[in-house]
Write a protein that binds this ligand. Structure first.
Ligand SMILES: [Zn+2]
Length: 418
């Protein structure tokens, strides 16, 4: 491929993704506005007009903000690539460190820090303006910056070590480096599955064993019926940061734990909590989590093999505004470019991921209906939708493209039909 052809391909994919994103967002906003005046008949009596309109306004505000971020990201992407940002950073790092691994790590570090600094004001805005306006923010600026500090240190420690070992493999392990890098990457992911619940999540939140005796007994009965062993039931202080409620499931093997946000426990009745948990356990029992990990591993193998090919193609660099140093320390640049442009080329595949995720949601709902009362899951879902101000009337196409969960009405109709 010629360098110009690759530039044209890249720009075309970027433009297509922008057009599709704007088109879907405008459909979504229009659909929500058309349905803003009345609560959908299915939810009348359960959700007030005020809550329905709050959800509409919140969804529209989030969609508009997301569009702004899309434009910003596109500008940053062009700035780093075709406008010469990365080339400039590479020259700067080279003039400081000379050829070698210091130069490569310097480039990765500078790129990561600059990207992080660009995102920072928008993250702050999301939390303290957008979320706050709808009453969801419970974070103080001090907590925001403490979180930022901790997560920066963590990602530097973990991310840079992973990149460093990858760079060594790229340089020293021959043509099949991408296969070794894949093994390394998979091992890292598995390690994180254990490290996150045991060490990393507790750096950000407090986890207390679930104390409520009657709820415990109820949940232990459910786990026994399903045949599920867990090494603990925990309550997390999600209310420190946000009013949004959730329950999740983390770890694997002997380190499996069930985590409830305190905000969820406050809001749902015990039988509703049981139904929500049955849904989560459904994901586990139906092997959704294992399947998701398998897909992730398989696709990363394909992507690393692709990078193995692209890394030695001059047009891959020059087409993206970078003068490669073939035969010298060029691998960090290949990694950064690949990570930058991958989302652009993969964007049109997102409906596939959403489709498979929604299929899993329906299956987990059916599983919950089998082991608990489906009415309980329905009333829990209605409360969660209301509390999270998720719109009840998303544009169907927008939802099909992006949403990992089916729209509330579709989900509830299916549950009621069971
Ligand atoms: Zn689910």
């Amino acid at each position: 491929m010629s360098s110009l052809a690759f530039t044209v391909l890249f720009i075309s994919f970027l433009l297509i993704s922008l057009v599709v994103r704007f088109w879907l967002a405008s459909r979504h906003i229009r659909h929500i506005l058309v349905n803003r005046a009345t609560v959908p008949a299915q939810f009348a009596g359960q959700i007030s007009l005020e809550a329905h309109q709050k959800a509409a306004d919140y969804s529209i505000a989030k969609t508009k903000f997301a569009l702004f971020i899309v434009l910003l990201n596109a500008a940053v992407l062009i700035g780093f690539t075709l406008m010469g940002g990365l080339q400039w950073l590479a020259s700067a790092s080279f003039s400081v460190f000379g050829d070698g691994w210091r130069y490569q790590l310097g480039l990765v570090l500078a790129f990561a820090l600059i990207s992080g600094l660009i995102e920072l004001p928008f993250d702050y805005f999301r939390q303290f303006v957008l979320e706050a306006r709808f009453g969801f923010n419970r974070m103080s600026p001090a907590l925001f910056f403490t979180d930022l500090f901790k997560s920066t240190v963590l990602s530097l420690a973990l991310g840079l070590s992973l990149v460093w070992v990858t760079l060594i493999l790229m340089e020293k392990s021959g043509d099949l480096w991408w296969l070794y890098a894949w093994v390394l990457w998979c091992a890292f992911q598995m390690l994180m599955l254990v490290l996150v619940p045991l060490f990393i999540a507790p750096m950000f939140n407090k986890f207390k064993p679930l104390e409520d005796e009657s709820l415990r007994t109820r949940i232990e009965n459910l786990m026994q019926r399903i045949g599920f062993a867990s090494s603990g039931l925990f309550v997390m202080d999600g209310s420190r940061r946000s009013a949004h409620g959730n329950a999740y499931f983390s770890g694997f093997g002997a380190a499996k734990r069930i985590v409830f946000f305190d905000t969820l426990l406050e809001r749902l009745a015990p039988h509703e909590i049981e139904a929500v948990l049955a849904h989560e356990l459904g994901h586990f029992k139906l092997k959704h989590i294992v399947k998701r990990i398998a897909v992730m591993f398989a696709s990363s193998l394909v992507l690393l093999a692709l990078l193995g090919y692209l890394k030695s193609q001059t047009w891959f660099y020059t087409g993206l505004g970078v003068e490669p140093m073939m035969g010298a320390s060029n691998d960090a640049m290949a990694l950064i470019l690949f990570a930058l442009i991958l989302p652009v080329f993969a964007f049109l595949l997102s409906p596939l991921t959403s489709l498979s995720s929604r299929k899993h949601e329906f299956e987990a709902d059916a599983f919950a209906a089998q082991y608990t009362n489906s009415q309980d899951l329905v009333s829990a879902l209605v409360k969660l939708y209301e509390d999270n101000a998720s719109t009840l009337t998303p544009d169907p196409l927008h939802s099909a493209f992006y949403d990992s969960h089916p729209p509330a009405s579709v989900r509830i109709n299916k549950l009621l039909a069971i």
